[in-house]
Design a protein. Structure first.
Length: 331
């Protein structure tokens, strides 16, 4: 709405001082011509905004002028939980609200604190996505988020490894992990009446795997004692325990030792921290938590000539077989 944009323009000038028309246009995501029209509208309404010409010119407010129109709307207040994560806010349809809320908060701060807040924004940035990976598209995120926010039953068609399933889900929360969104929800038990809380067993669903989803009008109860952060921490530990099913004994070069944390994450960090005393060539022995055999072979081969598998025997034999096959193929 134009009124929101006019307020945003006013707050930008109040928080940052003189700004050029192109700078304002970029911040407000409008054309330069629109910025000029909006500035004229502010001036006509009594706001002392002035245009200064020349290379160092731009728009500014009369010295000492401050607006008191800094109250937050419901949407802006909701968006503050995502401060520092503009990408996540945009995914949930709260990007504009977050930008305006931050401007209003900055305008309400005393001059010294406002400058410190702006300096932090300029010098610290949070990027939730993982390196070298593109987050899966999640076209139904807005539908899922609506069900979470309004506490409504979500009727979903979901793609999982064992085949597609249809579920009535009782949403408990959304989690952003390494750039991907996950829904935490309980499954409605057979025979549970509308408005119930499902079977009480929280589960995790990757939002990008929803094939279809509709928000029902039936409400669902969210347990008062459910802690989303605590659930996610426990679920993450459980997933790691289920996935990492074995331990590989490795002999690793100095270069391989440096690669372990980047390639294997927390398991690589634990292995590097537990490495033995290097031998005369600088190689050290260590234990690395690994997944089932085919995945472990693939992962360890990424270390190339910087690692040797010492055990268990079946893993060493499978790595040797894979390496021999590769040598024959490229001979």
């Amino acid at each position: 709405m134009r009124a929101d944009r006019l307020l945003a323009l006013l707050l930008l000038l109040q928080n940052r001082g003189r700004m050029s028309a192109p700078e304002l246009a970029a911040e407000l995501e409008v054309s330069v011509r629109t910025v000029y029209r909006d500035a004229e509208a502010l001036a006509a309404s009594g706001v002392p905004v002035y245009a200064e010409r020349g290379p160092a010119g731009g728009f500014r407010l009369l010295d000492g002028y401050r607006t008191r129109l800094t109250g937050l709307t419901e949407g802006e207040a909701d968006s503050l939980a995502l401060a520092g994560m503009p990408g996540a806010a945009a995914d949930l349809g709260l990007g504009a609200e977050l930008a305006t809320a931050q401007l209003k908060l900055a305008a309400a701060l005393p001059a010294g604190l406002g400058e410190r807040s702006r300096r932090i924004q300029e010098r610290f940035h949070l990027d939730a996505a993982a390196w070298f990976r593109t987050a899966d598209p999640a076209p139904l995120l807005d539908v899922v988020a609506d069900a979470v926010w309004r506490q409504r039953v979500l009727r979903a068609h979901y793609r999982r490894w064992g085949g597609d399933v249809r579920r009535e889900l009782h949403p408990l929360g959304l989690v952003l992990k390494a750039g991907n969104w996950y829904l935490v929800a309980s499954v409605a038990s057979v025979g549970v009446a509308s408005g119930g809380s499902g079977d009480g067993d929280a589960r995790t669903y990757r939002v990008s795997r929803f094939l279809s989803a509709t928000v029902a009008e039936e409400p669902c109860d969210r347990p008062d004692d459910f802690d989303l952060a605590a659930y996610w921490e426990e679920a993450s530990r459980g997933l790691e325990a289920r996935v990492l099913r074995g331990t590989a004994r490795l002999r690793v070069s100095p270069a391989g030792l440096r690669l372990l944390p980047a390639m294997f994450g927390a398991a690589g960090v634990r292995a590097a921290d537990g490495a033995g005393v290097p031998d005369a060539d600088g190689w050290a022995q260590m234990d690395l938590d690994v997944e089932e055999l085919p995945v472990a072979v693939s992962d360890i081969l990424r270390l190339g000539l910087e690692a040797e598998v010492l055990g268990p025997p079946d893993l060493r034999a499978e790595v040797a077989r894979s390496v021999t096959g590769l040598a024959q193929r490229y001979a």
